[in-house]
Design a binder for this molecule. Structure first.
Ligand code: ADP
Ligand code: ASP
Ligand code: MG
Length: 406
């Protein structure tokens, strides 16, 4: 008798080489032997996606996004085929599919497409035939049959969306750390593994730079209440459950510290202080597809003001070009681009009812002689833009000051 359906996702480092693919195959087969149906989502081998991006850059610095998706989706096609072969070698039945083959239909936003529908008939048929189903993560297809990708880290989204669509009993995300930690364990070895974390906190941590889960996958998990188990593909230990409500002690104020080095800061000087000036800049940027994040505008005493904002590092040249053009259109001054910045943030639902978190954060940075260039807050996080160099040691200091260590 079948025990239930498990969706498992293995990240790039979990399938980085032949030996690791064989280990994954053995783990999958072990679950199969216990009587589970399995849908396995796989990322591209190791750093394949980064390597493909570099390769494209050597050919064309501004490649058409449709062609970028044609290129990047090949990474996952390699890994699903290899995993299916490894499982076959263990004498179990497996079949691999691309995203388009299993009917993952997306919108047409190439390189960051959104899933609009999942057919999944092919998956159901293969499961019925007793096969282990292996699906390429990170990819889908437009209604016009163009291949799309779901944004970096998008295999997490494939797994969560399939778990929802197939009403899976479990959704496991296998990665190279043992779960979600209070901060990146590669930056702070004293980081503590969390038994559980809420969707809201995980979403905030992911959006603020904790790459362990793709932010959009958590949005979908929250929307459809899909519990996620993040754990290591190198050990048998239980990892972290991402769930609606964590049953933790009331006095937990901060759950984690994050670092994001993927943003840069742009300042437009001498912006005329009249209605429509800011709109003149940000409308152009959004028209050009540049996602603006933190925005700070100084109070003006002189009828001119400075506006600073952050944009993704990947968009720096586009953002520079558009901002310069917009600045001259509205009669503003110089545009200064600062690439030497990082964002550090503290995250926790407890801060809603505990004052003093901001003061403690600023005080910790001051003691480290770190200058704060920008500040932004949400209900459950506080972020500061600082220089890149002291950022990792700032993470460790905040981690200690907020009592998160082991
Ligand atoms: P995968 O290839 O499995 O998708 P990723 O590299 O995308 O793995 O994510 C795992 C990495 O996320 C870890 O190696 C770790 O360095 C990093 N990370 C950042 N913040 C955290 C955190 N709070 N908890 C756990 N890992 C984190
Ligand atoms: N291979 C893709 C990436 O590196 C998708 C993923 O790993 O989730 O972003
Ligand atoms: Mg990932």
């Amino acid at each position: 008798m079948r025990k239930g359906l498990i969706v498992q996702k293995y990240g790039g480092s979990s399938v980085a080489n032949v030996e690791r693919i064989q280990i994954v195959a053995k783990r999958v087969v072990a679950y199969r032997k216990k009587g589970y149906d399995l849908v396995v989502v796989v990322s591209a081998l190791g750093d394949t996606t980064d390597e493909l991006i570099e390769l494209a850059d050597k050919i064309n610095a501004h490649p058409p996004e449709r062609e970028m998706d044609m290129l990047l989706s090949t990474g996952e096609q390699i890994s699903v085929a290899l995993l299916a072969m490894a499982i076959d070698k263990l004498k179990f039945k497996a079949i691999s599919f691309t995203g388009s083959q299993v009917g993952i239909i997306t919108d047409t936003r190439h390189t960051r497409a959104r899933i609009v529908k999942i057919g999944a008939d092919k998956i159901r048929q293969a499961l019925k035939a007793g096969k282990i189903v292996i699906v390429a993560g990170f990819q889908g297809m437009t209604p016009d049959q163009d291949i799309t990708t779901l944004g970096r880290g998008g295999s997490d989204l494939t797994a969560v969306a399939l778990a929802k669509e197939l009403s899976a009993d479990e959704c496991e995300i296998y990665t190279d750390v043992e779960g979600i930690y209070t901060t990146d364990p590669r930056i702070e070895p004293k980081a503590k593994k969390l038994e559980e974390i809420t969707y809201d906190e995980m979403l905030e941590m992911a959006s603020l730079g904790a790459q362990v889960m793709q932010a959009r996958s958590i949005e979908v998990a929250k929307k459809f209440d899909v519990p996620i188990h993040v754990r290591s593909s190198f050990s048998e230990k239980p990892g972290t459950m991402i769930i609606k409500e964590a049953k933790k002690m009331e006095d937990v104020v901060i759950s984690g510290v994050t670092l994001n080095k993927n943003e840069i800061k742009i300042t437009v000087c001498d912006v005329p202080d009249h209605p429509g000036a800011a709109a003149g800049i940000f409308k152009e940027l959004s028209g050009g597809g540049v996602n603006v994040d933190m925005i700070v505008q100084n109070v003006s005493h002189t009828r001119k003001t400075d506006i600073s904002f952050t944009v993704p590092r990947a968009d720096v040249s586009k953002a520079k070009r558009i901002t310069r053009r917009a600045s001259s259109k509205i009669g503003a001054g110089e545009v200064i681009v600062d690439e030497d910045v990082a964002r550090i943030s503290v995250v926790g639902v407890g801060m809603k009812s505990h004052p003093g978190v901001a003061a403690k954060m600023f005080d910790t940075l001051a003691k480290e002689k770190i200058n704060i260039e920008m500040i932004s807050t949400s209900d459950i996080s506080i972020s500061c833009i600082i220089k890149k160099k002291p950022a990792e040691s700032a993470v460790r200091s905040l981690h200690e000051k907020f009592g998160l260590g082991k």
